[in-house]
Design a protein around this ligand. Structure first.
Ligand SMILES: [Zn+2]
Length: 426
């Protein structure tokens, strides 16, 4: 099977061994291939003990990257869990009476529903980014790169640092100064990367890393890199495989830089065309209302591409000028998808609900459940429909957001006496 890079605008083709992120016409590139395998070979690998088969990315390798197995840089990653939970059931009342007025924890029976959570925070560095990074880093090695770089709101940096360490490459990350959750920054530094704190927002860091990689010959592994998208596709393929290839009605994804929305659209197109699934799920991309350029475009039928100054508590999706805009538009159109926005209050409430299910996620991930609640209420998502929310980052990625969000009475300092314990618990 052969592979090439193809412009999503003018369809011009380039060799896949060329270091190139855009076509001469300015549009993004996509990795395309001339044949797809039968899905039965992926299922046959589920019982294998080989590292490459245990990777939830490389289990699908014929449809991810045409490369010698020995050249693959894998932790392994993927093979994350799919949780099935009934939302709105069994809240612990005495603990949930805070924040009066906004508490939706005690819904009437007809507002209860089952929802699946595909938890990408269970990847080696705690976010979905590892899926794209294993492929981009394998490609970087193949191209003979000595150093790799990205702009990041945190998760990409941590993932890049970990995979560069494994591959023996120098890692440089461009992060908006003071705008990255402490856990993510610590992780990045611990794995050995150099962090450049850019005095500007994510979009400024993105612009700068693109110039720097051109000028300094550093391989760029942001989601502008089409090989990242090839890895991220496997989130969808794996959840389809988890569901025994019976496609759900909806796949719900947080939307920031739009790499995932793009990757999910490509994954569904390829799975449908290859006959792995017979029904096309609908994508629901959920943005934070303070970082909603894609939602704004959706609202005017994608007539215009919006660029805004982004502000939201969900730092992972605090992006005002998403790089993968055009690919994401195609993904929404292909899947008859929709774009929704949720406020910081709505997403933080949903985060607390996901956390208190014992699952947990970072704030950006909770846009999914917040979006589902909104779309269920408006009737866009119907009662009988099967919904899979993709949680993109681990609970521990942003502990400051948690500590700001839990009620004070749940964390109490007391004297070392049994009387004080009794008082505190009454
Ligand atoms: Zn082109």
């Amino acid at each position: 099977m052969s592979e090439w890079l193809q412009c999503i605008g003018c369809a011009r083709r380039f060799d896949s061994s060329e270091v190139r992120y855009r076509c001469d016409c300015g549009e993004l590139l996509s990795v395309e291939r001339d044949a797809m395998p039968d899905r039965a070979i992926f299922d046959a690998r589920l019982g294998s003990r080989r590292t490459i088969d245990k990777s939830g990315v490389w289990r699908f390798r014929e449809a991810v990257l045409d490369v010698e197995e020995s050249a693959i840089v894998t932790h392994p990653e993927g093979s994350t869990r799919l949780y099935e939970r009934e939302w709105g059931v069994g809240g612990r009342e005495s603990e949930n009476d805070f924040r009066a007025g906004s508490d939706t924890r005690h819904p009437t029976p007809d507002t209860r529903f089952t929802v699946f959570f595909k938890h990408e925070g269970e990847n080696p560095t705690g976010s979905f980014k590892d899926r794209g990074m294993t492929v981009a880093m394998t490609q970087a090695k193949r191209l003979g790169a000595r150093a790799v770089a990205c702009a990041s709101t945190g998760n990409t940096s941590a993932s890049l640092a970990a995979y560069a360490a494994q591959a023996g490459l120098r890692a440089v990350v461009f992060i908006p100064a003071g705008k990255v959750a402490a856990g993510k920054l610590a992780q990045t530094l611990a794995y050995g990367a150099t962090a450049l704190h850019i005095r500007g927002d994510f979009d400024a860091a993105m612009q700068l890393v693109r110039e720097a990689s051109d000028r300094l010959g550093i391989y760029l592994v942001n989601s502008i890199n089409p090989f990242r998208i090839e890895g991220q596709k496997t989130i969808v393929w794996e959840l389809l495989q988890d569901l025994e290839w019976r496609a759900p009605d909806w796949i719900v994804v947080p939307a920031g830089n739009l790499g995932n929305t793009s990757a999910f659209g490509k994954a569904l197109r390829e799975a449908f065309d290859a006959g792995w699934i017979t029904k096309m799920p609908r994508l629901a991309s959920i943005q934070a209302s303070g970082a909603n350029p894609f939602y704004r475009s959706y609202r005017d039928a994608f007539a215009e591409r919006h660029r805004i100054t982004a502000e939201t508590i969900a730092s992972a999706i605090r992006i005002g000028d998403p790089v993968s805009h055009r690919k994401a538009v195609s993904a929404i159109q292909l899947t008859n998808g929709i774009v929704e926005e949720v406020t910081d209050d709505e997403l933080m409430l949903a985060k607390r609900e996901i956390d208190e299910m014992g699952i947990g996620c970072e704030p950006a991930s909770a846009t999914t459940l917040a979006g589902v609640k909104k779309l269920r209420a408006s009737g866009v998502m119907r009662e009988s429909e099967q919904i899979v929310c993709v949680l993109t980052g681990n609970l521990l990625k942003d502990t400051e957001a948690i500590m700001r969000n839990v009620p004070a009475e749940r964390t109490v300092e007391i004297d070392a006496s049994i009387a004080a314990v009794e008082r505190a618990l009454n």
